[in-house]
Write a protein that binds this ligand. Structure first.
Ligand code: UD1
Ligand code: CA
Length: 478
């Protein structure tokens, strides 16, 4: 149910310079979802009446990603005045004038922050009737963070930024995580009063704490249960650390849901993938995007699947697949390359060193060895011979190949599209199928073989081949 007294402001206007990237920081993915997407997912779970995202750097890219991830988000542009305080001020201004209640402020670069942690913070804030409640963390190394300065009675006094801190303050290990709950009334009073007289000439949101306390308001800092929950991503090392942590959580979640994961350390599963009980995942496997794997399927080793559907009890070994649908009991690989639009029906096979694209291979049909099959449909119970290539591209257009049901094609064929091979037809080894093959026919177009007897002895006398040939004919003679 929507909490009509709750709004969330996601800060995503910063540059993220330490990523050294052309991609805006908050759009770097972990577990297949951009950083800001993780934060928006948490925001959605909180059922707030309003979600506001403040953007500026790479505005269009960030805004459109946010709108796609959580369409109800209100996008607010930050102006030339820098700082988290200014960002929140503009966010609050964008809320309806009659909005009363609490505002959660989160950074777009804190992907592991979960809704449960924020809910607990909101509850503490409301129970204490506080104006500001800061989620803090105790860190071994607090470098870079704002420090939580407490007064002698242990209450929150103020937050000092690393760049403004004294040596004594720098020794403090309790840090500001950058996640807060404020009463909107307090924010409306205090934000316009925050100045930029500090080491960074920015409007610090953190200054709200001392100003509110000075006005006699109740402010508090509540330490998070485990510091990794509030880890912010500033560079690629932290990005990889967070990705690893999240992957461990995801893999464990699936293990507890009945999935066998032989080697969690080399198994990467996106947040968006879905696995059924009794799926088995072998080492070196990545399950990405909207991939769905049904019960009993065995994936890997060394397999990457993006947006694929894998049916019950299918086996997919050493395969790279994108947008492919594999039927129940089917078998793929080792060393298969499934490109978009591959459909393999139940009990079919796409075997070793086979590439498929935009092709539908019917139930029980097999493409077992060394083939390229593109823009093709194959009926049921057919076998496409080893080394078959569909010549689907004439240099300008792509053309279709249609293979019927219960067809047997010979090894090393080329199907020159557009072409059709009828139900129950056969083709000989080495056939270049340029014309349609009627149902039940045998198509052969290789030139008849001529054996020029004695050619080696006559033309290559004295070679090992000639000697072997002579020995063979002696043996036949005797
Ligand atoms: C901020 C806090 C610091 C805290 C740390 C936690 C302030 C002044 N400091 O520092 O106490 O320990 O987060 O990670 O708030 N942003 C905007 N507009 C701006 C500036 C920043 O939207 O003008 C956004 C950024 O995109 C980011 C978040 O605010 O998502 C935090 O900004 P960042 O520059 O990373 O703040 P820190 O210096 O890390
Ligand atoms: Ca930061």
């Amino acid at each position: 149910m929507t909490d009509t007294h709750l709004a969330i402001i996601v800060l995503a206007a910063g540059e993220g310079t330490r990523m050294k990237s052309a991609t805006p920081k908050v759009l770097h993915p972990i577990a297949g979802v951009p950083l800001v997407g993780h934060v928006l997912a948490t925001a959605r779970e909180l059922n707030a009446a309003h979600v506001v995202a403040v953007v500026r750097h790479e505005r269009d890219a960030v805004a459109s990603a946010i709108s796609e991830l959580l369409p109800e988000t209100l996008i607010v542009d930050q102006d030339d005045l820098p700082g988290t305080g200014r960002a929140v001020e503009l966010g609050v201004d964008a809320l309806p004038a009659d909005f009363e209640g609490d505002v959660v402020v989160v950074s777009g670069d804190v992907p592991l922050l979960d809704a449960g942690t924020v809910t607990a913070l909101i509850e503490a804030h409301r129970a204490a009737a506080a104006s500001a409640t800061v989620l803090s963390a105790i860190l071994d190394d607090a470098t870079g963070y704002g420090r939580v300065v407490r007064s002698v009675d242990g209450g929150l006094d103020r937050i000092v930024e690393q760049k403004d801190a004294t040596a004594d303050e720098l020794a403090i290990t309790e840090i500001n995580s950058g996640t807060y709950v404020f009463s909107v009334r307090a924010l409306r009073t205090v934000l316009p009063r925050i100045g930029t007289d500090n080491a960074q000439n920015e409007k610090y949101l953190t200054d709200a704490v001392s100003l509110l306390r000075g006005a006699g308001d109740n402010v508090a800092a509540v330490p998070v249960s485990e510091p990794w929950i509030v880890a912010g991503i500033n560079d690629r090392v932290q990005l990889a650390d967070a990705a690893l942590r999240l992957n461990q959580l995801i893999v464990r979640g699936w293990q507890r849901a009945g999935v066998t994961v032989q080697d969690p350390a080399s198994t990467w599963i996106d947040l968006t993938a879905k696995l059924a009980p009794d799926v088995e995942i072998l080492p070196g496997t990545q399950i990405k995007g909207a991939t769905v794997v049904e019960r009993g399927a065995k994936i890997g080793p060394d397999t990457t699947l993006l947006d694929c559907e894998i049916g019950e009890n299918a086996v997919v070994k050493r395969t790279d697949g994108t947008l492919a649908v594999i039927g129940a009991g089917a078998s793929v690989g080792p060393f298969a390359y499934l490109r978009p639009g591959t459909y393999l029906d139940a009990d079919g096979k796409i075997g070793t060193f086979v590439e498929t694209k935009n092709s539908h291979i019917g139930a029980g049909s097999k493409v077992p060895h060394l083939s390229y099959i593109g823009d093709t449909t194959v009926g049921e119970g057919s076998n496409v011979g080893a080394g078959t290539i569909t010549a689907n591209y004439d240099g300008v257009n792509k053309h279709k190949t249609v293979v019927g049901s219960h067809v047997r094609t010979g090894s090393h064929n080329v199907f020159v599209a557009p072409v059709r091979i009828g139900d129950g037809a056969y083709t000989g080894a080495g056939t270049v199928v340029r014309k349609d093959v009627p149902a039940g026919a045998l198509a052969i177009n290789v030139a008849p073989q001529r054996n020029m007897t004695g050619w080696v002895e006559a033309n290559r006398p004295g070679t090992a081949a000639a000697q072997a040939a002579a020995a063979a004919s002696d043996a036949t003679a005797s």
